[in-house]
Ligand binder design. Structure first.
Ligand code: SAM
Length: 222
């Protein structure tokens, strides 16, 4: 089990964001709004308390949400029960480690990694994305959002390996281990997907000194 139990403490002690990030909404709208939605199946790696799954359920899609935190999965289920009646007909929540998923190959139309795989070291991330490729149907897509190496906190605290820290500073402090990604690493990490679409968002705080920069990656299983 590579999931870090610090996340259990985070979800037991603080309220997590309830709404999906805009880049994910754009990805879903652009690629899947004009489909037979009930036939589309998403897999979210590290879904946390389910903000993205709540959006998918409301929009009529099928999904499997996986997280290592039993508290996050319980919170996701409670919110879906309350706000998305009937979601269980098309949705499923699993407490599991995303490095060891037992799911049928070629069974998903899209895989979402909205800041989950950055928690894992580089070699594990490589195998998680390879596994995502196997779980996707031909023509399926991956959407990943992951912290870039410019992000505030990179290099602080305890170094575990290159670009992988238990940060003592920045937004990722006290949230387990964090891996920061350089542009050139994206091609290796997402190698099975071939041609990638890569964007970067940058937000700065504290008068511009404290930067949070994230890669937004989209790939297709050709
Ligand atoms: C930054 S949170 C993101 C949550 C969610 N994707 C969102 O957008 O709100 C990272 C999540 O990944 C989960 N996670 C990290 N490593 C994991 C692993 N190896 N297996 C399962 N879940 C993992 C954590 O428990 C946490 O819920």
């Amino acid at each position: 089990m590579q999931w870090n139990p610090t996340w259990e403490t985070v979800f037991s002690q603080q309220a997590w964001g309830k709404y999906p990030a805009e880049p994910l909404i754009r990805f879903v709208a652009r690629n899947y709004y004009q489909t037979e939605r009930s036939q589309i199946r998403f897999l979210e790696l590290g879904c946390g308390p389910g903000a993205n799954l709540w959006f998918l359920a409301r929009e009529g899609f099928g999904f499997v949400g996986v997280d290592g935190s039993p508290t996050a999965i319980r919170q996701a289920g409670e919110r879906l029960d309350l706000e998305c009646p009937g979601w269980r007909e098309r949705g499923q929540l699993l407490v599991a480690d995303v490095t060891m998923l037992d799911l049928p190959t070629e069974s998903f139309d899209a895989v979402i990694d909205n800041e989950c795989v950055y928690c894992m070291p580089f070699d594990s991330a490589l195998s998680i994305y390879r596994q995502a490729w196997q779980l996707l149907k031909p023509g399926g897509r991956i959407f990943a959002r992951t912290f870039s190496a410019e992000t505030w906190g990179m290099g602080s605290g305890q170094r575990l390996e290159d670009d992988y820290y238990i940060c003592s500073d920045g937004p990722l402090a006290h949230k387990g281990a964090s891996r920061f990604t350089r542009r050139e690493q994206l091609d290796t990490l997402f190698q099975p997907f071939g041609q990638l679409q890569v964007e970067k968002t940058t937000v700065s705080y504290g008068g511009g000194e404290q930067v949070v920069a994230e890669w937004l990656i989209e790939g297709v299983k050709a």
